[in-house]
Design a protein around this ligand. Sequence first.
Ligand SMILES: *[C@@H]1O[C@H](CO)[C@@H](O)[C@H](O)[C@H]1NC(C)=O
Ligand SMILES: *[C@@H]1O[C@H](CO)[C@@H](O)[C@H](O)[C@H]1NC(C)=O
Ligand SMILES: *[C@@H]1O[C@H](CO)[C@@H](O)[C@H](O)[C@H]1NC(C)=O
Ligand SMILES: *[C@@H]1O[C@H](CO)[C@@H](O)[C@H](O)[C@H]1NC(C)=O
Ligand SMILES: *[C@@H]1O[C@H](CO)[C@@H](O)[C@H](O)[C@H]1NC(C)=O
Length: 388
Amino acid sequence: MRSRKCSAAAVLLAIFANSVVGTSLTAPKGAKVLTVGVIGDYGWTGWAPSPDNFCFEIMPQLEAAGITVPNEVINDCDPGDKQYITNATALQMDTSSYVGQVCALKNCSAFLSVGDNFYDSGVDFTTSGILRFQAAWVDMYSQGKFKKAPWYQCLGNHDIVPGQSGVDFQTKVAPLYDNRWYFGTQGLPYYTYDLEGQDWSATFVVVDSDCFLSSYQKNTSVYKNAYTTGCHENTQVQVDFLTDAFANSKATWKFLQLHHPYMSAATNETDLAPLISVVERHHGIVLNGHDHCLGHFVNNDTNFILSGAAGYPQAGDCNNGVPLGPYAKFLGANALTAANGFVTMDISSKEINVEYYARDMKFEGEDLYPVDCDLQPSYSFQITQKAT
Ligand SMILES: *[C@@H]1O[C@H](CO)[C@@H](O)[C@H](O)[C@H]1NC(C)=O
Ligand SMILES: *[C@@H]1O[C@H](CO)[C@@H](O)[C@H](O)[C@H]1NC(C)=O
Ligand SMILES: *[C@@H]1O[C@H](CO)[C@@H](O)[C@H](O)[C@H]1NC(C)=O
Ligand SMILES: *[C@@H]1O[C@H](CO)[C@@H](O)[C@H](O)[C@H]1NC(C)=O
Ligand SMILES: *[C@@H]1O[C@H](CO)[C@@H](O)[C@H](O)[C@H]1NC(C)=O
């Protein structure tokens, strides 16, 4: 009797160790061509903004009385985001099934996130944080190709609003919660990983670009907190990390994966220049989000791939489809709206085939962004210049 109990417990423990605790999943190795999805700015589902009477009447009174209102609370009163939430939730859901369809056809093996994983104020280690994590990510991306694909994660500005506790949730708690959520091996907001094919390899460096923006250190910014102030004072740590990772890598391809855009149709975040010059020296490629649309920019021989359209698309972020100069090669937007969608990269030794998938946005009988055959890419280009 006793021994049977013990062995049952041992079996249970083994199952637990295999399925829950332990290391995150990683992409399969050895493929001739490996397809990955680049996805960003998606996590709206489950966000409940504060009520209007609090945001517009009570909050100003509290501020007038000298009571400090936490940044999360201020941010959850963002008037634009309060308006978008109903549509944004529906659009995230429709886009997740679209990404699933494209990825079933294309055999995506992993997803590379460019941040803004949870609107409006990220998630932290509270019951509401757990509920959001479950609804906006675990359950949202759970079918088909999503079932077993790792997501190489990255922090965006919405993710760091709760400060260190939010960063800890995404870097330390989430990988144990769901082994598809990958955040390096050190529990840090920056990390590096390699994808390895049959006759090629690719080094990726993920950084937290929130640390680089001086605008986030203004005392009126909802992004100013002990975490961002600390990492802003020492951005060199991340520049050195990138420099070393690229210098120590002999990979065929090298990528910087981060949230904010250095090249943009809305705001070029020039504070990122120290990171970009490392990328330029190695003939690397930049993956970013933040602007809620799809875009391709080339500056100084460097490709910037914008994939920020998996949640609430915003035409203004892609200047309503009007290029501001020859650096803008593709903008997934028109006068009225930007397209939902994501980017795939087919990585091989010969080239990286980059495809932009814009969703035909039929919504409540209208078509917000008509695309004839949205299982075909709306735009594509190939990178053949290898990393140095
Ligand atoms: C999909 O890609 C993976 C990783 O390269 C590979 O192992 C698998 O055979 C592919 N599946 C199909 C149906 O091509
Ligand atoms: C939400 O979607 C509906 C239906 O397309 C549209 O009429 C409305 O303007 C949208 N609201 C916002 C805030 O985008
Ligand atoms: C921000 O700093 C300025 C100047 O240092 C000060 O006058 C202002 O009261 C501060 N605002 C807040 C919200 O702390
Ligand atoms: C971003 O930089 C490019 C290249 O220097 C420039 O052409 C473009 O006007 C800039 N975009 C914005 C929004 O300022
Ligand atoms: C362009 O690249 C060159 C050489 O890599 C570098 O010296 C220069 O600073 C870069 N310019 C810009 C505007 O990024």
